[in-house]
Design a protein around this ligand. Structure first.
Ligand SMILES: [Ca+2]
Length: 482
């Protein structure tokens, strides 16, 4: 009897130790995952052109912080914003889908789109996926994806949001979640304010994985320099504003350093579309500006740094789009996006009749990590800001379905040498589609359509097929019922 009792006690003791050890293993491995998960800071500026950073070739504007960031990570020379204007570009960035899949037809919130229209709450955003994965999520900056309560950022996956709901030329209000906290912001102070908010958020969350979307309104018009930067650049107010953004990003990086988390934080910098016509911004050597399907409309600077993980000092010509960032950042953070999307779309809020979110983006994590130099070719679709699909790219080939769209470079043409003006006139006089080779001619002025009818046919068919596909699977634009 005594022996049996002793034996049972021993067994109980051994099981208890076993459970304790197992618990220790589980908790320590959870802790290991917790500390290993990288923070993500996604910085997007507004209307900055391809040529507007010194590291991307600007002769006067000085952006030492971003140039240094690029030297510590990867500089992307074939990065495309999700669309040529603000609202659809932000839809694409945050959902991983072409904006037409989100019901976008044309324009931006408050211009060609209703003031109360926006990204439908059933759309799953990058912020929702990071939030579900246990990240603390926040945004600071410009939203422009809907102003009505269901569309606001803190209902689209951000735990907290400090933002202006439209462009800085469309509103004077600054919001914190559902409250207006400033009724007449001073435009020249916005970059400072959004930075201060971001710095505070990083300081408060440095011991927990976080996802921060810092969407500066600069250098979108009206271009007004902060008093501390006024006259500091040699490129007028536009140069002052871009140089301030660069310095403010320096403050973000210093904060990471002070908190000791610079190695565990992925920083991604990009612009939302090309230069606004009439501003001092430049997309050189590309033609086309904001709204346009020419390269300058969506080819913008992009830089990613993840110290110690992404090999430094590289430049890639791999075609990467804003839609790729959602799956790529999830991949880098070891989040299973497929599973997360499945769970989030089945939430009680989702309206069953709506299409499942089909991502147009793909992960390019291996290119960033340096384990692959390139990925299989795939197409890029170019919509005009007024909603028409105008062009398609695959490899170096870019086909404009209608040559009229290629003629106006919106101001950049003035920078072209005189012989290129003749090329532009020839282009205007031709008929049918236009085929460019971006590897040969960055300025989209030499037409190969007569020489390569095979490529014209292939790309025309591909464009038609992709257009049909994106129109079939769509979540409607959110619009108020009354
Ligand atoms: Ca913009």
């Amino acid at each position: 009897m005594f022996y049996r009792l002793f034996h049972l006690q021993c067994r109980f003791f051994i099981v208890a130790i076993g459970i304790s050890i197992a618990c220790w293993f589980i908790s320590s491995s959870v802790l290991a995952i917790e500390t290993a998960r990288p923070n993500v800071i996604l910085i997007m500026v507004d209307d900055l052109g391809y040529n507007d950073l010194s590291g991307f070739g600007h002769p006067e504007i000085k952006t030492p912080v971003l140039d240094q960031l690029a030297s510590e990570g990867v500089r992307l020379t074939n990065y495309y914003a999700g669309a040529s204007v603000c609202t659809p570009s932000r839809m694409a960035l945050l959902t991983g889908c072409y904006a037409v899949r989100m019901g976008w037809e044309q324009g931006v919130v408050g211009y060609k789109m209703g003031l109360r229209d926006g990204l439908h709450p059933v759309a799953v955003t990058m912020a929702e996926v990071f939030q579900e994965a246990g990240y603390v999520t926040a945004m600071s900056g410009k939203w422009h994806l809907g102003s009505d309560p269901p569309c606001r950022p803190h209902r689209q996956g951000f735990d907290s949001a400090y933002y202006i709901d439209k462009s800085n030329n469309q509103t004077r209000q600054v919001w914190r979640d559902d409250e207006v906290v400033e009724t007449k912001f001073v435009n020249r102070h916005l970059t400072e304010q959004f930075t201060e908010e971001a710095v505070e958020f990083i300081g408060e969350n440095s011991r927990h994985p976080f996802f921060l979307y810092l969407a500066y309104t600069a250098p979108h018009f009206p271009v007004q320099a902060h008093p501390d930067w006024k006259g500091t650049s040699t490129f007028g107010a536009y140069g002052d504003v871009v140089e301030e953004v660069d310095a403010r990003i320096g403050q973000i990086l210093s904060t990471l350093s002070v908190q000791g988390i610079e190695k565990n934080t992925i920083i991604l910098f990009c612009s939302d579309n090309g230069p606004q016509p009439g501003q001092a911004a430049s997309a050189f050597p590309f033609r086309g500006m904001k709204w346009s399907a020419l390269e300058g409309g969506t080819r913008v600077p992009c830089i990613i740094r993840w110290a110690g993980k992404i090999p430094a000092g590289r430049s890639t010509e791999q075609v990467v789009t804003a839609m790729d960032l959602f799956p790529t950042l999830c991949d880098l953070a070891a989040i299973n996006l497929h599973d997360s999307l499945g769970r989030l779309q089945q939430s009680p809020d989702a309206e069953q009749s709506m299409a499942l979110q089909h991502l147009d983006g793909r992960s390019v994590a291996k290119v960033f990590l340096g384990t692959k130099t390139s990925l299989p070719e795939r197409e890029v679709l170019y919509w005009h800001g007024m909603g028409e699909l105008q062009a398609i790219r695959r490899g170096a080939w870019k086909l404009f379905l209608n040559r009229k769209a290629t003629v106006s470079g919106l101001g950049v043409d003035g920078e072209l040498p005189i012989e290129r003006h003749e090329a532009l006139e020839d282009l205007a006089q031709g008929k049918g589609p236009v085929l460019f080779n971006l590897a040969e001619h960055k300025d989209e002025l030499f037409d190969y359509s007569a020489q390569r009818p095979d490529i014209v046919k292939q790309l025309s068919e591909l464009a038609e097929r992709k257009l049909d596909e994106t129109r079939q699977a769509r979540i409607p634009l959110w619009q108020p019922k009354n």
